[in-house]
Design a protein around this ligand. Sequence first.
Ligand code: SF4
Length: 251
Amino acid sequence: MFGWFLRGAGSRVKTTRYPPEFDSNVGISPGRPIATQFASSQEADNAAVQCPTQAITAHDNMADINVSRCVHCMACSHGEAAMKWQNDYDWATLSGAGASTTTRPFKKSLHIRLVDSGSCDAVIQEIKQLAKPYYNMHKLGFFITPTPRHADVLMVAGPVTSHMRLALKKTYDAMPGPKWVLAVGNCAISGCVFAPSFMAAGTVSSVIPVDVQVPGCPPPPLAILHGLLVLTGRAQEAPPHVTTTIAEVPL
Ligand code: SF4
């Protein structure tokens, strides 16, 4: 125990500097592809066919991304038909009611209630990292609360399964206003690969109003932190040149 303490005290600060600095440590998420202009339509077609989830669509010499289908396999990150790459983590966008809200109370501190509405656990694992010393979301004023009565924000991960639909609605209704909803991950936003399942009851926005979307499969911790900062008005949403399509997958 004492040796552990000495090692920790001697290794200085091990907390990410985000938001002033992005993370560059080994093992951190490698970013995501963005819409890319190629020299010819043939190259754009080649970029599209290499995607296993049909997230890339080609028209003329442009290759567009439907980020709600991208699973970050990186197949399109190299080779002759490589897509352009976004290396930062400003992925979150305002949506619905959130986009029209101009004043945001609780700018400095938020309490968050998390609901897993049927996820595969990938997004939940990323969210868990936020409370650990490395990402340390508490330093930014964000705290997880176990009760919706104390929550300002409802963070939802996963497609909404039939069994979780009512629980999600009840949790939202139990929160006092003003309140916001953060849909985290492609499944929460679009249903993604689970959308066609007979157990998927719809997207989060089909059950409760969503204010901020954080796309990704799963989104890395810094992208989720960006979503919280956008929600509190302390960061800008993803700039238009990387805000490619966020489309619902047809059920
Ligand atoms: S990284 Fe995303 S867009 Fe690129 S090939 Fe993989 S799933 Fe498709």
